[in-house]
Design a binder for this molecule. Structure first.
Ligand SMILES: NC(=O)C1=CN([C@@H]2O[C@H](COP(=O)(O)OP(=O)(O)OC[C@H]3O[C@@H](n4cnc5c(N)ncnc54)[C@H](O)[C@@H]3O)[C@@H](O)[C@H]2O)[C@H](O)CC1
Ligand SMILES: [K+]
Length: 213
């Protein structure tokens, strides 16, 4: 018997998130850690030559927080990791700042220079997730372009950055990923032809501890 996978919009995912955190009482950082473990497991199962130098591209929201937690887990598993911050690390969500602290404890190398992407054998896209709220422009558009131009394959966390969660269309420009580890449930945009083309191989990390309403 084939089980149907639940498919959600950004609003629905945000409501499930809120329900799990505020009503069930599971701390957001617990969900973030479980999400990061799922993404790290996926990366650690890739051929070793892909893991010579991982570069995690970090946005300032919780998608970036997931990326920072993945970076820490990969580092602790012996994988060389560098962080490419989109913005000065001070302008970030609370969970993101907590993850930054943990990465700083382990002295993970940090840069804001996209040239680091040329060193990557694997790129982790943690720039934007379901919180994308407007078309991608300026520095963010340049970063996505630089990721797409780099030789290394891209693993996207939750969604390829720049993708509209509900339509799969690029909001200006979107990451073209080799694989996407989407968290909790499949997102509507990932089921459209445009979304499938950007996402590559899609893995649903359905054991991160989100509870249904
Ligand atoms: N779904 C889950 O179960 C879990 C999800 N997690 C991860 O959290 C993100 C969503 O996090 P959120 O902070 O709400 O949003 P983002 O990180 O995607 O982005 C918010 C951040 O980005 C800015 N922004 C929005 N649009 C743009 C734009 N076009 N250009 C530049 N900047 C933009 C916005 O202002 C905010 O500052 C979800 O995808 C998961 O990865 C949890 O960690 C675990 C549980
Ligand atoms: K992403």
């Amino acid at each position: 018997m084939k089980l149907m996978t639940k498919v959600v919009t950004a609003k629905e995912m945000q409501a499930l998130d809120r329900h799990t955190i505020e009503e069930v009482g599971i701390p957001a950082l617990v969900l973030m850690e479980r999400a990061a473990l799922a993404v790290a497991d996926h990366i650690l199962a890739l051929p070793k030559e892909k893991r010579h130098q991982v570069v995690v591209v970090v946005g300032n929201g919780n998608n970036g927080g997931d990326g920072l937690a993945v970076a820490r887990l990969l580092h602790l598993a012996g994988t060389p990791v560098k962080l490419l911050f989109a913005l000065p690390p001070t302008q970030a969500s609370e969970a993101n700042r907590i993850q930054q602290h943990a990465c700083a404890y382990y002295q993970l190398p940090v840069t804001t220079d996209p040239a680091v992407l040329s060193e990557a054998t694997l790129i982790v896209d943690a720039l934007l997730g379901i919180g994308i709220a407007r078309p991608v422009e300026g520095h963010y558009a340049d970063l996505i372009d630089a990721m797409n131009q780099a030789a290394a394959p891209i693993v996207a966390i939750d969604l390829p950055s720049g993708m509209n969660t509900d339509t799969g269309e690029a909001m200006g420009i979107a990451v073209t990923a080799a694989s996407t580890v989407t968290l909790a449930y499949l997102k509507v945009g990932l089921t459209t032809p445009a979304g499938e083309a950007q996402a590559g191989h899609i893995i649903v990390a359905d054991h991160i501890g989100i509870y249904d309403l």
